[in-house]
Design a protein around this ligand. Structure first.
Ligand code: ZN
Length: 274
């Protein structure tokens, strides 16, 4: 199933309770949600599906009050926010006991020790490797071979050789790692680079005068590194090739309050240009 609605029409349509908008939302974003939950949880496909359903109930409750808080300007901003929301939704369901004991999970302090002084791209490789990505997937996310981050990988191998060598995209310590991401997101300062600006930098649209201070700041700021690597993750879009089936979408729609019949026709017409 391929969505014919653009991002800018999907969110207002969902908020108006339009079923076609929700179908487009589910077709476009369910693969990303399941991908994220696949990396950041130890769960079976059924458990990931349950978490996504719960997240959808939360997004659509109270006339989509939560969904209305998300960015409506840029799809990638929205996806970064959705990824964070999914992590927050997964966190209470994760148990520390399910995190791997060996190698021991990083802490905020050991993470800082691994990152300090490294060039930005090395920090990205370290952060995303600990997050659970294999070196093969990192090559797609970063569009470089992770091997160029030699110093970063050398530091990682000292304690986390098993993490560097694995071929699977799955975090070894979902409970701890999501906590680290949440702490990073909560650590925003007035000097942090807005997400929209990070997107301009990623797209090569920022001037040298904008990019240089943002890069220098990000090399020392865990908050901005978390935002930046989230942006790289959602920009990779491996899930665009993984379309959900119509049956799955109907199953997800069960929990979402949608308006049926003619009651909402004029708004729907305006939104979709009919
Ligand atoms: Zn920052």
């Amino acid at each position: 199933m391929s969505s014919v609605l653009t991002f800018h029409k999907i969110l207002p349509g969902c908020e108006a309770g339009n079923i076609e908008a929700w179908k487009a939302f589910l077709a476009d974003y369910t693969p990303m949600a399941l991908h994220c939950l696949g990396v950041y949880s130890p769960w079976t496909p059924e458990e990931r599906w349950d978490c996504w359903r719960a997240a959808l109930r939360s997004l659509s409750a109270n006339e989509c009050g939560k969904l209305k808080e998300f960015s409506h300007q840029s799809e990638r901003e929205f996806l970064v926010e959705l990824r964070a929301f999914l992590q927050d939704s997964a966190a209470p369901r994760l148990e520390h006991a399910h995190d791997a004991a060996e190698p021991p999970a990083p802490t905020l302090q050991t993470l800082d020790e691994l990152l300090v002084g490294l060039p930005l791209v090395h920090q990205e490789v370290v952060f995303l490797t600990l997050a659970g990505y294999s070196q093969a997937t990192l090559e797609k996310i970063l569009r470089i071979t992770p091997a160029v981050a030699g110093d970063g990988l050398t530091r990682l191998r000292a304690g986390y050789a098993r993490v560097v060598e694995r071929n699977e995209d799955r975090c070894l310590w979902p409970s701890v790692w999501i906590g680290i991401c949440q702490a990073a997101r909560a650590g925003q300062t007035k000097d942090c680079t807005p997400l929209r600006q990070l997107i301009r930098i990623l797209d090569g649209q920022a001037s040298w005068y904008e990019k240089t201070p943002a890069d220098e700041h990000r090399a020392k700021c865990r908050h901005c590194l978390e935002r930046w690597t989230s942006l790289l993750e959602v920009s990779m879009r491996p899930w665009t090739r993984l379309r959900t089936t119509s049956d799955n979408i109907e199953g997800l729609l069960v929990d979402i309050p949608v308006k049926t019949g003619q009651g909402n026709r004029s708004l729907v017409n305006r939104l979709f240009g009919r």
